[in-house]
Design a protein around this ligand. Structure first.
Ligand code: UD1
Ligand code: BG6
Length: 371
């Protein structure tokens, strides 16, 4: 079943161009001179009015599924005009946080069986919210217990570390934002631009996968490190969290995703000549802020690895002293789908080089069905 691959995680990383195509199949409408390009999500179409009128959209999930929602949040805020908040399922339950009848609660889960997410779903249902599921598993507990939802159709994911489900979840949530914003003419050009970007996204992911050897070389360089930091912001704050989660869970190396805007409020104290730091600085509205973060890390002799858009190496590292990972540029809100690919590859190669079990990392389970 692994085909030409040695591990399921490796196979699942490399099949992302296909899994993303399956996720989008039948859901993007090309449009023509009489009809605008649009998105059709069969599972949501009868609920869009309710979602648009809700007081708030709350994303709820655990682990990688939470990170995927965080990646999609800025675009959903932009297109829906509704406040979007984030909840880790266990924290919502610990606090018995407020969920109201006027809320739309979106439950994101690859397996559809995670205990914390399922309990949070029961809680939100009791509180009267509209409950929407985003799951990869038809017939799962979350798919059955939500009022409506979207199957991400990424195909069965076997590696404990989620990879292709993450990118498909982001794409489904971007499509959800497009469907919710579909009644607003002022954002039509923006929506059509993103739909074009979605059509081309599998090709761009394929291009990003060509970084495989480069990431293997980087893994050789980093394999004996104790710790690895990742700085991101805006659309790619989630990329920093998810990249660090991958390295932590499979390569068993301490890794932390840090919001670059928080750098001066603590993390800067860790910076020296030895600690490797990956800075995500692809082109978007936060780019100049990331350039200044790089300068400040550089001034403190930080050991920098910078991820930037193709052709921007000079802009992010004029001195030429940092290692640069160049990735294809796509629409800003879809960039997290591209940027996670080299980090998935890095985590994979680090794990193999360090001699750990790639598909079943120590102490972890694919689906955590107990609290
Ligand atoms: C559906 C069919 C698909 C078919 C397509 C044709 C299924 C599972 N999907 O896809 O095979 O090709 O129509 O038009 O039969 N749902 C939840 N919670 C969730 C996920 C989904 O309640 O977490 C519900 C949806 O609201 C919907 C149903 O499950 O009623 C199917 O969802 P989805 O597979 O995403 O719908 P389509 O893409 O329309
Ligand atoms: C587990 C997995 O902790 O559950 C993670 O090891 C996953 O990979 C998390 O992200 C949430 O799982 P799910 O199925 O609810 O998305």
């Amino acid at each position: 079943k692994k085909g030409n691959y040695e591990h399921f995680m490796q196979k699942e990383i490399h099949e992302q161009p296909e899994s993303l195509r399956t996720t989008m199949r039948g859901r993007l409408i090309c449009g023509d001179s009489s009809k605008a390009k649009s998105v059709l999500l069969g599972g949501l179409k009868d609920h869009l009015r309710t979602i648009r009128r809700s007081r708030r959209i709350v994303f709820i999930g655990c682990g990688t599924s939470y990170n995927a929602a965080l990646a999609a949040r800025p675009f959903l805020e932009e297109l829906s005009g509704v406040p979007v908040t984030m909840e880790l399922a266990s924290d919502l339950l610990d606090r018995q946080g407020p969920i109201y009848r006027e809320d739309t609660a979106v439950f994101v889960s690859q397996s559809g069986e995670t205990a914390d997410t399922l309990l949070a779903l029961q809680y939100a249902t009791e509180n009267g919210a509209l409950c929407v599921g985003i799951t990869n598993t038809v017939g799962s507990a979350i798919a059955r217990s939500t009022h409506c939802g979207v199957h991400i159709n990424a195909g069965c994911e076997i590696g404990v570390a989620s990879t292709k489900a993450y990118t498909s979840q982001i794409v489904v949530m971007a499509m959800m934002a497009l469907a919710i914003g579909d009644d607003t003419t002022s954002s039509q050009a923006r929506r059509e631009g993103v739909i074009d970007g979605l059509f081309d996204l599998p090709n761009k992911v394929r291009e990003a996968l060509r970084l495989d050897n480069e990431m293997k070389d980087l893994a050789k360089l980093l394999m004996d490190e104790q710790s690895l930091l990742m700085f991101g912001r805006g659309y790619n704050y989630a990329t920093a969290l998810e990249g660090a989660l991958k390295v932590k869970e499979v390569a068993l190396m301490h890794s932390e995703g840090i919001l670059a805007g928080e750098m001066k409020h603590g993390p800067l104290a860790l910076v020296d000549e030895t600690l490797p730091i990956i800075v995500i600085a692809t082109h978007d509205t936060c780019f100049s802020k990331q350039q200044s973060v790089i300068q400040q890390l550089h001034a403190r002799k930080g050991r920098l690895i910078v991820m930037c858009s193709k052709g921007a190496a000079q802009l992010v590292c004029p001195s030429g002293s940092c290692r640069v990972i160049e990735v294809p540029q796509v629409e800003d809100c879809l960039q997290p789908v591209i940027n996670i690919v080299p980090l998935q590859l890095l985590a994979y190669h680090l794990t193999v080089l360090r001699g750990y079990n790639v598909d079943q990392p120590r102490n972890l389970a694919k689906s955590v069905t107990t609290q």
